[in-house]
Design a protein around this ligand. Sequence first.
Ligand SMILES: [Zn+2]
Length: 229
Amino acid sequence: MMRVDRDSLRFSMSACFALAYLFSPGLFAEIRVDSSSQVFYKNATAMLGRMKDSPDPEIRKLYQEVSRASVTVHIRPITDDSRTWHVDGDRTRAHTEALDNLGRGRARNRPTSAAIYLTTESVDPTRTSWKGGVLPHEMTHAMDLASGRYNKDYKIRERRAIVFQNIWRARVNKTLREDYHGSFDTLDYQNAKRAGTLGKLTEHIFSSSDLPSSRDSNDEGDDDDGDEE
Ligand SMILES: [Zn+2]
């Protein structure tokens, strides 16, 4: 008799958890990988696993921040459908879009669901392009949206993303990114590494929407070693 009671109690508790899950989707948000292409699903999931178990604590934390957000982050392949392409029409270019009705590039200060669009090649573990760190780069944009720390200045957003992209690249001996498509410098990782302040830099990114060096200067390129928050 006791056994039956215990089992039914256990069943009731499971049912409660199941109901809680069904009725509070925001509480159990997730990273949702598009499964319409088996190859993309497999590759993207494998690369997410690589972030989750990364030897770099900053990459692991980036993964955790996105997976524990109160909103959902979708990861989708770039396909023949032009709606999956970057706005500039380049279908080889990864990008992250906010899933709301505000204009593209507007600041967000509340948690916003996001969709990351990637080429299948950029997450293919059998090729070398995954070493470029496109996924951690886009995951930073997704984290900024999902946490409501999405800066209105795209230069700040890109520099934040390239910090994590360069942590990834350093790990796999890939040349570090020093600029954003030739238009501005992205040396925040390199400068922090040299100054021994990488932990401080990433903690800043995990807790605010800007960069330590953007607080008291609008000058993008010249990081001053003496900068304090
Ligand atoms: Zn970017």
